[in-house]
Design a protein around this ligand. Structure first.
Ligand SMILES: Nc1nc2c(c(CN[C@H]3C=C[C@H](O)[C@@H]3O)cn2[C@@H]2O[C@H](COP(=O)(O)O)[C@@H](O)[C@H]2O)c(=O)[nH]1
Length: 341
């Protein structure tokens, strides 16, 4: 079966061998032009992670790093079986759904004096306690509650055994290499092992490991322990929102058969050919958008607030998807129930 492809190599290989999904060159250029107008704005710079998102920690200390580790350990599968009935968490007067419902629930627990971001707590937290911490204001619970409980216990125990209970110790072992940190995470924490096979090759997406590296870089503001020299090697994170927005923006195209399946709400299993093609082509699409944007910036002599990376393009497109939920409702997102994204 050969060596395991990195996420970037995976994306290139899947895009070159995909049947039901393809990257559209004209659409890629259109998205790059959309982003060019914002190249020097707050969205395309590391500060945006805090200034644009009120639930993210303001601090850049060890507690903030452990907040990131806890949320990214649970950062998966928020989509509701019935879109009309979903989990909602109200926090400080604002209702949150999806990924933000998780962040709101974590902050609510901390306000209630529950040390939910401490490994010594979640290593032995019970299922009932997790249900309470992640409780919804509606009668629809956050999906995969049992899996979240199992993963919390597993991850907390490993963090205590191998990193003295703090993810900052794992970060420091990476010696400021994003790739080394990503690999440390997947080697030590089983729930982060987002890898499968495609056309005879062993491929990796590592979506939660990559977003964990990115969010660690962001919460540390790209400084000190978070000053990763190779941060630009991290790709876009292959979730279920980015493909939807890339199709909406015309940079990604689905075959009629696949679109029909998704419209009917058919589930795609993790690691299936169609699901891998959607994830792999999306990652490759953002790599090409970044290349095109950098070319446009070079030509226009546009000012930027820092290096334009796939991480920043991903954050922008993810936020864009949240802000344009209504405009995107004709474009189905793919439904895969798993713990990896
Ligand atoms: N590609 C990518 N996927 C991301 C994120 C985020 C949030 N992260 C940062 C962004 C802003 C904050 O600063 C966070 O730090 C969550 N997700 C994924 O989306 C899905 C949830 O979607 P919805 O059901 O609509 O909430 C689920 O698979 C979740 O894993 C991201 O940024 N990029």
């Amino acid at each position: 079966m050969g060596e395991l492809l990195t996420p970037r190599e995976t994306a290139r290989f899947v895009a070159a061998n995909s049947r039901d999904v393809r990257v559209d060159g004209a659409g890629v250029r259109g998205v790059a032009e959309l982003l060019l107008a914002r190249a020097s704005g707050p969205e395309l710079c590391v500060d945006g992670w805090k200034t644009l998102h009120e639930l993210n920690p303001r601090a850049a200390d060890e507690a903030a790093v452990n907040w990131v580790f806890l949320t990214d350990t649970l950062n998966f599968s928020f989509w509701a079986d019935d879109a009309e009935r979903k989990c909602v968490v109200g926090y400080r007067g604002t209702p949150y759904s999806g990924y933000w419902a998780l962040c709101a629930a974590v902050n609510r627990a901390l306000d209630e004096g529950i040390p939910v971001t401490s490994a010594s707590y979640y290593a032995t937290v019970t299922l009932e306690q997790v249900r309470h911490i992640l409780r919804s204001d509606t009668d629809v619970p956050m999906p995969m509650m049992e899996e979240r409980h199992r993963i919390l216990n597993e991850t907390g125990k490993i963090l205590l055994e191998k990193f003295d209970g703090s993810f900052l110790n794992c970060v420091r072992k990476s010696e400021k290499s994003a790739q080394k940190l990503m690999n440390l995470v997947v080697e030590n924490f089983p729930s982060y092992r987002d890898l499968t096979q495609f056309e005879g090759k062993r491929i990796s997406f590592y979506k939660r490991a990559q977003i964990l590296v990115a969010d660690t870089w962001s919460v540390l503001e790209g400084k000190g322990d978070g000053c990763f020299k190779d941060i630009s090697s991290i790709t876009m994170f292959a979730d279920y929102r980015l493909p939807q927005v890339l199709v909406h923006l015309g940079a990604l195209k689905y075959s009629d058969e696949l679109l029909e399946k998704l419209r009917k709400g058919e589930m795609l299993s993790y690691g299936s050919k169609e699901e891998v093609e959607i994830r792999g082509c999306s990652v490759w699409c953002v790599e090409l958008i970044r290349d095109c944007l950098l070319e446009l910036i070079g030509k226009n002599g546009e000012k930027t607030s820092g290096e334009i990376t796939s991480i920043l393009l991903d954050y922008f497109l993810w936020d864009y998807a949240r802000d344009h939920r209504e405009d995107m409702k004709e474009i189905p997102f793919h439904r895969t129930r798993c713990i990896y994204y």
